[in-house]
Design a binder for this molecule. Structure first.
Ligand code: SF4
Ligand code: SF4
Length: 556
């Protein structure tokens, strides 16, 4: 460790750290545009100039290593003057179009213009004009006039995505960011360039002009797109998810997420295909049902069958809480040992950065809580085919997307399904219950490395409104516009699967007393060895590792 002084404070840091890194380590932010903690140093923006005693000139904090006894000043008149000059220089050709720029509200240039510039321009000449609305690739739009040539996006593509698709052409104030001729910016991580662009030069083609950043709430949650479980923010306005962006988690995804996770994993939450109320199918007709009636119907149907005649399907898309309670329900209430969970692996669709071939967020958790039964699926399918299994309970998995399973399901006498959206399995079901999506409930997922992370609701359902006495509604309806995603009067009455299972068990005479997901997790943590000692609080925002990642042991 070496000792240095910054703005009068004596601090310690490890040898080899730059001034900007050492300051950041101690909670001090030195203004910067081009520096990023996970990219190589380029030192081109000059915004991080600081004064170091005994050095004749100002130095860039991102490119100068701290040495023993170094004395750094970040707010002297020389430094302030230099910063103001850099800002004036950067703003000379900038279009200053914040009122129509998507980045406004989260723009470093805008923030620094308030904090570190003189507030007026001495430049009277015409600004340099450059191409606008350039479609760099399928998801990224470039406004060349807004670019400050920091090269963060260029370095991201080359160093992190391992896809060097961006470069600069021309010189001086003619410099332009571009792709190579005829090549689009289309790597699977391209949209991270939008997040790290410190200005509004790169914007999302899907999200641009849909909302101002201050109109949305941002909820800390997890991407359900694959077994990595990237930490992310879910951005919502009027109870509708408008975008998802990565949330820094050094234990999982650093600052990044893939474009599929960012764009695809919330579409089903807003889709018209959502199951909005319980429905029952009778003689080819679909009838909506009240929750109490549906629960009573399921309980009475299950009583008709013998234990060995019922199969239960958990899900690698459902939470640890849901799967834990489902296996408990299967064993304790239904008395069946026919439980299974299906893998959803796309062989070859993975890479060394984030993307995993397992396209579920919680396979590891479903296995750890005892839902997966080696060879269980084949046995269940065989028994359905032979008429020995007559009823099935499927929670949050479109198992009929597998043609082999779709072929045997019609042989069942009773099929009940929890689902967020209509799918092949709900079309075969006798009774369908609307399940809350990952964006509408609390819970945990366990990623492929055994890291247990929390999901949190970013949009509300009628069930949450009831539980919060309408508080959720009043919180989200602050702009006076309709809070309902499908128009007034058609609100979604979906419930988390653990809550549905609790209700069925209670009607069947087993008093399950879980008022919230956290209650289920507390029992899980005291029952399943690998989760021992975990609480929602201890999981926090970065997650917690399973105690025994390589064992799947359920204590009885
Ligand atoms: S587009 Fe953005 S990230 Fe890329 S060089 Fe320009 S300002 Fe930097
Ligand atoms: S890598 Fe997986 S978890 Fe991460 S953003 Fe992509 S789909 Fe989501």
């Amino acid at each position: 460790m070496i000792t240095f002084t910054i703005d009068g404070k004596s601090l310690q840091t490890e040898e080899g750290r730059t001034i900007i890194e050492a300051a950041r380590e101690h909670g001090m932010d030195i203004p910067h545009f081009c520096w990023h903690p996970k990219l190589s140093m380029s030192g081109n923006c000059r915004m991080c100039l600081v004064e170091v005693e005994k050095l004749p000139k100002l130095v860039i904090a991102c490119g100068t290593k701290v040495v023993e006894g170094m004395v750094v000043h970040t707010g002297t008149p020389r430094v302030i003057n230099a910063r103001e000059a850099v800002m004036e220089f950067l703003l000379i050709n900038h279009p200053l179009d914040c009122p129509i720029c998507d980045e406004a509200g989260e723009c470093k240039l805008q923030d620094y213009a308030y904090k570190h510039s003189v507030g007026y321009s001495r430049f009277n000449e015409d600004k340099q004009h450059k191409p606008k609305r350039v479609e760099l690739g399928p998801h990224v739009m470039l406004d060349t006039e807004r670019c400050i040539m920091c090269s963060r996006c260029v370095r991201f593509c080359a160093e992190i995505a391992q896809a060097p698709q961006l470069t600069f052409t021309q010189r001086g104030d003619h410099v332009e960011l571009t792709t190579f001729p005829g090549e689009p910016l289309d790597n699977p991580y391209a949209m991270n360039t939008i997040d790290i662009c410190p200005v509004g030069a790169l914007t999302s083609r899907e999200f641009r002009f849909r909302a101002r950043v201050w109109e949305m709430s941002a909820t800390d949650t997890i991407c359900p797109g694959c077994a990595r479980g990237c930490s992310m923010h879910s951005w919502v306005r009027n109870n509708e998810i408008l975008r998802q962006t990565p949330r820094y988690n050094p234990d999982v995804n650093d600052y990044w997420m893939c474009d599929r996770g960012r764009l695809e994993t919330f579409k089903h939450v807003n889709a018209d295909t959502r199951i909005k109320t319980p429905i029952v199918r009778k003689d080819g007709e679909t009838i909506e049902m009240a929750w109490d009636e549906a629960i009573a119907r399921i309980a009475s149907e299950f009583r008709v069958f013998r234990k060995a005649e019922i199969a239960v399907f958990g899900s690698a898309f459902a939470t640890n809480e849901d799967n834990f309670l489902l296996q408990k329900f299967a064993h304790e209430v239904l008395g069946t040992k026919h439980v299974a969970v299906l893998p959803h692996v796309v062989p070859g669709d993975e890479d060394a950065l984030l993307i995993r071939a397992d396209k579920t967020p919680n396979w590891r958790g479903a296995v750890a809580v005892g839902m997966a039964n080696p060879g269980g699926l084949d046995v269940i399918l065989k028994k359905i085919r032979e008429g020995e299994i007559k009823a099935a309970y499927v929670v949050e998995d479109n198992i009929a997307s597998d043609p082999a399973i779709a072929a045997v399901l019609p042989r069942l006498d009773f099929l009940v399904v929890h689902a967020t959206n209509e799918n092949e399995t709900t079309r075969l079901a006798d009774l369908v219950l609307p399940a809350a999506s990952f964006a509408e409930r609390h819970g945990t997922f366990t990623n492929f490395e055994g890291r247990v992370q929390r999901i949190r609701p970013s949009v509300t359902t009628l069930d949450q409104d009831r539980a919060s006495d309408g508080l959720a509604m009043s919180r989200l309806d602050r702009f006076g516009t309709s809070f309902d995603r499908w128009g007034r009067g058609t609100k979604l009455d979906a419930r988390p699967s653990w809550k549905i299972i609790t209700a069925i068990a209670s009607v069947m005479g087993f008093k399950y007393r879980y008022a919230k997901a956290e209650d289920v997790f507390a029992e899980l943590a005291s029952t399943v060895e690998a989760f021992k000692g975990m609480t929602y609080r201890s999981i926090g925002n970065r997650g917690a590792l399973l105690a025994a990642p390589h064992e799947q042991h359920v204590r009885t």
